[in-house]
Ligand binder design. Structure first.
Ligand code: ADP
Ligand code: SF4
Length: 688
């Protein structure tokens, strides 16, 4: 692994126009579901990145005008000067930790929907919204373009007033007007803003020049530009028009922030893009074309890769959104040679899912993400123990491992017992499926940490009964025994389960994850869970050479994965592997050799011949140990707490969070915990 000296290049200061970054770590703009609705949370979360060593900390797309209204999503907002104080909270907090603050000014054109403002939608051409909402954007006339330029100028001025050091012009992700003007798929104008590339670039050039004129003496001007749409010859390509755009505007911005479009490609999950640094081949030309510093991304978590990207002259700044979410202290850990302590992003996009839902950000790897302000959680600091000395954690899934690790960090003597031969619980199982191997980082990080500590004892092959727990004599017990997939078909669509005939061969996801592959013959994967696992299992079984019928009551494959920007890729992958899709169908019954399906709309039945069925429906909490401890032995224990999937089945992120919460709250006053729950940003009732 890298030495701290090998990485010294990463800690050189870099000039960006009139400002200087103290090192090469750059948190590029990313959404966090806080934005203008939760400005104190936003400030605290960004400041944590600065504290962790990111020299530049950006906010997220910042609406510059009511015609760019992203409601109900909570992005940043700078419609007028009344928005400045909220943004200043962030710049003050980031400056307080010695970093530069960047603002990503955005006019989202027809990507905005203006549901709150009810303002007209603007676009280069007559365009329908890409969502199902029946609204259209109008082609901007010359007066509209002049207005837009005025709004952007005013927003740049206000950005400086709010204390930002770097001001973005944003032409990326298919999400903003400058990008829409650049791309023929959105722009069929016949005037000087359409047609030739020179014409399509005009608006971006004007905005850059005007932003520079307005604030360029004090602030650096960054251009965020997607060099490739990842559509092959159907779209802009890095080696053709993408390069030509960079050549045309080469010296105009003070910094190039380059990536690929759309967002699902830029924030690709490890399931579909396992390579760290996967954008390098698209963006590596940029530094040959401009003398200005360049920042790029691609889930960069390896210090060696980072240093080599700088040494090879590909990047000046190591850009990160997700790696900085999973580990806000990544730069400091590299600087201090604590490479093994880095919590590597697993590329699951649960962070993105919270933005998609309009709630504050969360992260599978970093349970403190999004909790900096409301719970005052710090990713690297946790309170020392109070009076109690020892704790037992039963079960080593994500909840148990996180709970044990945090208890150990607090100074308790921790015993962790796992029934199986290996630590890891569901993570170990799920990471064995096609496309999910990077998820194992969740357990690798925690097991490594636990193994380094003198106050931790780890036991595998140790299924504990209630009497054995009592015999151990440890008075504080956290039960993280997880949950198992049901075998009876009970789920969203079948509260009383599915009729399963004698002789039928039924498997659960747990069976498949422990390595069972149903014998030859067609397999039905019935996905009533509708999250990610059903799709993964179908993919996995098809990869193993089985003929797969994917049946789901949903009208598309794995609808949950829309939130993680994967749904299109999931459905494409199944179709490409020859999986037969039976959508909008419930499973009426399973018999030997066939299943009967029922249309969710008409109730009409049809059947499929198959030799086995995998039921992905619902999970059953594993609470036997907890129930026994509650029943007869509760009085012998000071603490008995059920955590993780055994308490509430959910995502791996939820299990980690639950384990973290239990460890933080241990020995805290229960009334305080209940009363505080978390701090909230309440709406001011003052007249404005
Ligand atoms: P979570 O997601 O809540 O962490 P998991 O299902 O991933 O839960 O992990 C639960 C773990 O607990 C599994 O590895 C399982 O083998 C283990 N386990 C269940 N019951 C016992 C028990 N009685 N003693 C020890 N380990 C147990
Ligand atoms: Fe990475 Fe997943 Fe955390 Fe997002 S939620 S930062 S993808 S580990």
């Amino acid at each position: 692994m890298s030495s701290a000296e090998g990485c010294s290049v990463l800690f050189e200061p870099v000039q960006i126009g009139p400002v200087t970054a103290r090192n090469r770590f750059y948190q590029v703009p990313h959404c966090n579901g806080m934005g203008h609705l939760r400005p104190q949370a936003e400030a605290a979360m960004r400041a944590m990145k600065a504290e962790g060593g990111w020299a530049v900390v950006s906010n997220q797309e910042t609406e510059i005008h009511p015609t760019s209204d992203l409601s109900p999503f909570a992005e940043n907002r700078l419609w007028d000067e009344r928005d400045i104080p909220a943004l200043r909270l962030m710049t003050d907090a980031v400056h307080g930790k010695g970093s530069l603050a960047a603002i990503e000014l955005a006019h989202n054109g027809h990507h905005a929907q203006n549901h709150l403002s009810r303002a007209p939608l603007l676009a280069p051409s007559e365009l329908a919204l890409q969502t199902a909402y029946p609204k259209q954007a109008r082609a901007m006339d010359k007066a509209d373009i002049r207005e837009f330029r005025k709004w952007h100028r005013a927003a740049a001025r206000r950005s400086r007033e709010a204390g930002f050091d770097i001001v973005y012009v944003y032409a990326g992700h298919h999400m903003t007007l400058p990008h829409h003007f650049l791309l023929p798929q959105f722009n069929d104008r016949m005037d000087e803003y359409g047609g030739s590339l020179e014409n399509r670039v005009r608006l971006t050039r004007e905005i850059l020049e005007e932003t520079k004129e307005e604030v360029g003496d004090d602030c650096a001007i960054a251009l965020r530009f997607a060099v490739d749409e990842m559509l092959g010859s159907e779209g802009m390509q890095a080696q053709e028009e993408g390069r030509a755009v960079v050549e045309m505007l080469a010296e105009l911005p003070d910094l190039w922030d380059v990536n690929v479009a759309d967002w699902s490609n830029d924030s690709a999950t490890t399931r579909f893009e396992p390579r760290d640094g996967f954008q390098t081949s698209y963006i590596e030309f940029v530094k040959q074309v401009t003398s200005k510093p360049v920042v790029g991304v691609g889930r960069l978590t390896s210090p060696d890769l980072m240093a080599s990207l700088v040494r090879k002259g590909i990047l000046d700044f190591i850009g990160a959104a997700r790696p900085s979410i999973a580990d806000p202290f990544l730069p400091n850990k590299i600087k201090e040679g604590r490479i093994e302590e880095i919590r590597e992003c697993i590329g699951c996009n649960i962070c993105v899912s919270s933005d998609s839902l309009g709630v504050p950000i969360r992260c599978t790897q970093n349970p403190t993400m999004g909790e900096e302000w409301r719970r005052k959680w710090h990713p690297e600091i946790i309170e020392r123990r109070v009076k109690e000395e020892a704790a037992l954690v039963v079960g080593s899934g994500p909840a148990g491992l996180e709970c044990a690790m945090q208890l150990a960090r607090r100074g308790y003597e921790v015993t962790l017992a796992e029934a199986k031969q290996e630590l890891g619980g569901r993570v170990l199982q799920e990471a064995g499926l096609t496309g999910l191997s990077a998820w194992k980082r969740v357990t690798d990080h925690r097991i490594y940490d636990l193994q380094q500590r003198g106050n931790v004892q780890l036991f595998t092959d140790s299924p504990l009964s209630a009497s054995e727990v009592v015999e151990l004599g440890i008075p504080n017990v956290f039960v993280s025994t997880g949950a198992k997939w049901r075998r009876d078909g009970r789920g969203k669509s079948a509260f009383h389960g599915v009729s399963i005939g004698l002789g039928s061969r039924v498997f659960t996801p747990d069976d498949i994850m422990t390595g069972v592959v149903p014998e030859d013959g067609p397999v039905v994967v019935y996905d009533d869970d509708q999250a990610y696992l059903g799709g993964v299992l179908a993919d996995h079984l098809a990869q193993a050479g089985r003929e797969v019928f994917f049946v789901t009551p949903a009208s598309l494959v794995s609808p949950f994965t829309e939130l993680t920007l994967e749904q299109t890729k999931v459905q494409r992958s199944l179709l490409e592997k020859g999986v037969h899709l039976n959508l909008s169908q419930t499973l009426a019954n399973v018999a030997s050799g066939q299943v009967t399906l029922q249309c969710v709309y008409t109730g009409r039945e049809n059947s499929i011949e198959c030799s086995s069925v995998v039921l992905v429906t619902q999970r059953m909490r594993e609470t036997t140990l907890y129930d026994e401890l509650c029943g007869t032995n509760a009085g012998l224990l000071n603490t008995l707490e059920l955590i993780g999937d055994a308490a509430n089945p959910g995502l791996i992120a939820d299990a980690v969070y639950s384990g973290h919460m239990a460890a933080r709250n241990f020995e805290r006053n229960a009334d305080d915990i209940d009363r505080e729950f978390f701090r909230r940003e309440l709406v001011s009732l003052e007249p404005v």
